[in-house]
Each structure stands twice: as structure tokens, then as C-alpha cells.
Design a protein around this ligand. Structure first.
Ligand SMILES: Cc1ncc(COP(=O)(O)O)c(C=O)c1O
Length: 335
């Protein structure tokens, strides 16, 4: 194992202080991520609607932003997380590069191709028998028992600040954007985008699967609610409750929440594929919301975040490539 090398970076609040979130933290995250994550392009899609292409991000999703920001700031050498897959993949890539010991806890029914890639990257995986709420509890227990740093997939100030760089790039590249569609699972990306857009007149629209409308329900109730486990096709958006860090940020800034059905999510992924954009279902959720909203008159220009491209084909190709690399290394050692 190599020693961690990516530990320098701008100062941040001490680890553990997650209660305060300041928009300046998105700028700090952007400085920390510079040169380590892709500034992804805005792609033309339909009249008045462009795509923020996070399916082209290293690791296949925006999750690399929050994961990298947290790992660099916390200087962790042993990490535990609970993940539906993409955050785990992003952390596993970092862990492999930096020599960090990583355990990823997965919920029952987690995407098997994502789990296989996480394991192929060298992380330990643990699967619980319940949903996301149980997964998060187990991750916390494992972190405490092993003295590891817990880096949650969304409910952490450093993760939110890292994801906020998505919004920061959109506003820099398209300052006249009027509506920004963002998928909401645990809400790390939505909270980050809300933070980056605090002083900008853009309408921020969060899009949730209709099977798990945790933000819409919680905002209506005036407090975070826990929903039952979900089986939505958007496997990255099965989180059962808003986070304690993310909820107030979203509550105070989001302009609207839209719920989309699984059929709409799959139709959006299909339409994206016909335009040459390979999005996984979770990655197509915001586009599904934008397509539904276009029927009403939502202000344009609009941008929808394509948040992930880890389709089964992409995941299997990445896992096969890793296995080949490992095999070659073993052959070279034995020759
Ligand atoms: C591709 C993709 N999009 C969106 C999300 C939701 O992100 P968040 O949990 O930050 O709301 C996830 C979460 O795993 C994801 O993998």
C-alpha cells in the first residue's frame, strides 16, 4: 500500500463540525478539487434545455466531488461508508490511489454491478438485510468499532460542499440559466447546488422518484420524515429520509420539488441514450423532471444534471478492465 499523498488543501472547519454550512465552503471545495475532478461540459439537448454531463465525471458520477473533498479535508486513512454504489465507487477509487482502508456498507437489493466494481477496486463490502436506514446505522457502528472515519454518501458538510461544485460550474458556464433540475436522493447534490446558488436568481428544482418523495413529504410536514424502503429503478435515490445537514439547506433555498415515476425515469434514460448520452436510471432522474416541467412553462434556459453514467455495461467493462490489470500484474510478478 502506498502512503496517502493527497492531503494538502485549503483549511476547512474541524472534522465533526457539520452543523454550519456556508457558501464559501463550496469555493474551498472547488479549490481542493481543482485538477482532481473533471469540470464537466454542458451539452445541448432539447431547445432551452442543456445537460450538465456528470456521467462523464471520473468514476462515472458526481459523487467523486463530495468523496474527494471529504477524504482530502479529513486526512482519513481508514474510512467506512454506507452507499448505494456510486459514492462507494468514488471512495474506492480514491482509497486505492491513496492507500486508504475502505469498508462500504450496502443495503439489501443494492446494484450488484456496483458492488462488484467496489470490491474489484479493493474495498471491503458488507451487505445488510434491510434498507438504507439500516445500512446507515451499520456503517456508523462499524466506523465506531474500528476507529474509522465515517464519510456518509450525502449527509456531511464536506460532501455537500463538494457536490456544490456542480452548481458552481453550471452558474459559471451558463450565468443566465433560469432553471436548474437536480436529482434528490439523500440530498447531498441538491443541498450543494442550493448552497452554490444562494445568491443567484436561478430556480432550483429538486427531482425525486415518486416512490420515495422524502423531501417533498418532509417539507410538507415541516420536519424530516423517514419513508419505508423503496425499490425505485433509480437505485441511487432510495434514501429513506433527508439528512440532518442537507435538510435545512434544501428547505431554505429549493424553489420546487417534482416527483417522477419509474416509467418517466426509464423514458428519460432512453431519450438520453438516443441522443448519445449513456445515463443510468438515477442519472436520468433530473432530466425526467425537466421533461415533465417543459409541459408547464418553466423559465429557460434550463439545465438538468445528468448525475451518473454507471450503466451495467459501463460497470462490467470497468470491473473486467480491473481484473485484467490485476492478472497482468500477477503474471509480471511471477515471471
Ligand atoms: C447517479 C446518482 N444520481 C443522484 C444521486 C442522489 O444523490 P444524493 O444522495 O446526493 O441526493 C445518486 C446517489 O447515489 C446517484 O448515484
Amino acid at each position: 500500500m502506498t502512503a496517502p499523498t493527497l492531503l494538502a488543501g485549503p483549511d476547512f472547519r474541524p472534522a465533526g463540525r457539520q452543523d454550519l454550512l456556508d457558501p464559501a465552503e463550496v469555493a474551498l471545495a472547488a479549490a481542493r478539487l481543482d485538477g482532481r475532478v473533471r469540470h464537466t461540459p454542458l451539452l445541448p439537448f432539447l431547445p432551452g434545455l442543456r445537460l450538465k454531463a456528470e456521467h462523464l465525471q471520473h468514476s462515472g458520477s458526481f459523487k467523486l466531488r463530495g468523496a474527494t473533498n471529504a477524504v482530502l479535508a479529513l486526512q482519513a486513512d481508514r474510512v467506512v461508508t454506507g452507499s448505494s454504489g456510486n459514492h462507494g465507487i468514488a471512495l474506492a477509487r480514491l482509497a486505492r490511489d491513496l492507500g486508504i482502508e475502505l469498508t462500504v456498507v450496502l443495503a439489501a437489493g443494492a446494484n450488484p454491478d456496483k458492488a462488484a466494481l467496489i470490491a474489484a477496486l479493493g474495498a471491503r463490502t458488507v451487505t445488510v438485510s434491510g434498507g438504507v436506514a439500516e445500512r446507515e446505522l451499520r456503517a456508523q457502528e462499524l466506523a465506531e468499532a474500528s476507529g474509522s472515519v465515517l464519510i456518509p454518501s450525502s449527509d456531511h458538510a464536506l460532501v455537500v460542499a463538494g457536490q456544490g461544485t456542480v452548481g458552481r460550474e453550471v452558474l459559471a458556464d451558463c450565468p443566465d440559466v433560469r432553471t436548474l433540475y437536480v436529482p434528490a436522493g439523500g440530498g447531498g447534490l441538491l443541498a450543494g447546488v442550493c448552497l452554490s446558488a444562494l445568491d443567484h436568481p436561478v430556480r432550483v428544482v429538486g427531482v425525486e422518484p415518486a416512490k420515495t418523495p422524502r423531501y417533498a413529504r418532509s417539507l410538507a410536514a415541516g420536519r424530516p420524515l423517514t419513508l419505508p424502503p423503496s425499490d425505485t429503478v433509480a437505485d441511487g435515490l432510495r434514501g429513506q429520509r433527508p439528512g440532518t445537514v442537507t435538510y435545512p439547506v434544501v428547505r431554505d433555498r429549493v424553489d420546487a420539488l417534482v416527483a417522477v415515476t419509474d416509467a418517466e425515469i426509464l423514458a428519460a434514460a432512453e431519450l438520453l441514450a438516443r441522443h448519445g448520452v449513456a445515463a443510468e436510471p438515477s442519472g436520468a432522474v433530473a432530466v425526467a423532471g425537466a421533461l415533465r416541467h417543459r409541459l408547464t412553462d418553466s423559465p429557460t434556459p434550463a439545465v438538468a444534471v445528468v448525475s451518473g453514467g454507471n450503466t451495467p455495461a459501463a460497470l462490467r467493462a470497468a470491473t473486467a478492465q480491473l481484473s485484467l490489470t490485476t492478472l497482468h500484474a500477477l503474471e509480471e510478478q511471477s515471471s
